[in-house]
Design a protein around this ligand. Sequence first.
Ligand SMILES: *Cc1c(COP(=O)(O)O)cnc(C)c1O
Length: 397
Amino acid sequence: MITETKFGSKPIYLDNHATTPVDPRVVDVMMPYFGEKFGNPHSSSHYYGWEAAEAVELAREQIADLIGAKPNEIFFTSGATESNNTAIKGVARFYKSRRKHLITCVTEHMCVLDSAFQLEREGFDVTYLHVGVDGLIDLDELKKAITDQTILVSIMTVQNEIGVIQPISEIGAVCRENRVFLHTDAAQAVGKITVNVDDMKVDLLSLTAHKIYGPMGIGALYVRKTPRVRLEPMFNGGGQENGLRSGTLPPPLCVGLGHALKIAKVEMAAEALRLKNQRDRMWKNLNRELSGLHLNGTIKHRVPGNLCICIEDVDAESLMAALPGLALSSGSACTSASEESSHVLKALGLSNEMAEASLRIGLGRFNTDEELDLATNSLIEAVVKVRKGRKIIAAAE
Ligand SMILES: *Cc1c(COP(=O)(O)O)cnc(C)c1O
């Protein structure tokens, strides 16, 4: 449903964890590669191929530059889902004759959990670490879980529903000490907070363009060269991407990802500060007018644009129905197309009812102060209305 707001006929977009609008500057650099610069980057015998290959290699450098890697450690994929599948299954299957145990966490994205479930079906053992009410794993629990069979630990940098930041460099230190590889899903972290593969001591890292104002359908996997991590490819074919990922690369998308990260490098610090101020102001204003609000997960270790809140005596679905002018996610809709409440909110210890009373507000680059004040006021009005409706129903029963 679409309502007329003073910003036009579309709802205010507050779902920047699901996807971000493509930055118009990114669209501009992509366009020629849909048109006159149409070459196949793997055609090595003529100008059209060289032109496309040069653009793809520049993008690879831009990605490497933002995360402190070398260009030959960056492999293009279709997004974070593919990067995560490749990293987790690829490492597990390559080393399976030597070690068959992996460690991950209950609040990971479904594509990580599902890859782990698949490996269990193939005979691997997987430990799923729990999280505290803050959303963070316990390093002692990690240390205890590591055995001489452990090959890989996969822990996300930033959680996509609650926005909490795991202590990756501490996790990395534990993994190094025990000679275990560390993979991190950094889809919600890259371009939002400082990400450096050496400081974080990670061996594999997944990222995706559409969470950082780039196009959908392109991502990358970082794979450390020294010490070298080996993995079995997911696809067989022409041997592109050094044999790790066969298939023709899409230059317009590669260029878009590279440029999105180039912009992020320049603007990240100022943008993070602005988003944090906007987020904190929204949270303060909501609490001034409403009681019974709870933040899901720690505020201390959280990306600036995230506000995942539980609103007592409200169910998020009715609330969203009362808010056609806002585009946001409920606690149940964050993860997948399924109707179940979020596995992430439940892992924090929330009851079904509390999970279903939760909303995820995701602020982004293009949200204005004015828009956010309008959104805050609409949300307050809708909560008052839904709570009043509930009281009337309760009294009648
Ligand atoms: C969006 C997201 C993914 C999936 O990324 P795609 O590029 O859409 O496949 C994986 N992990 C996290 C944390 C995400 O936020």
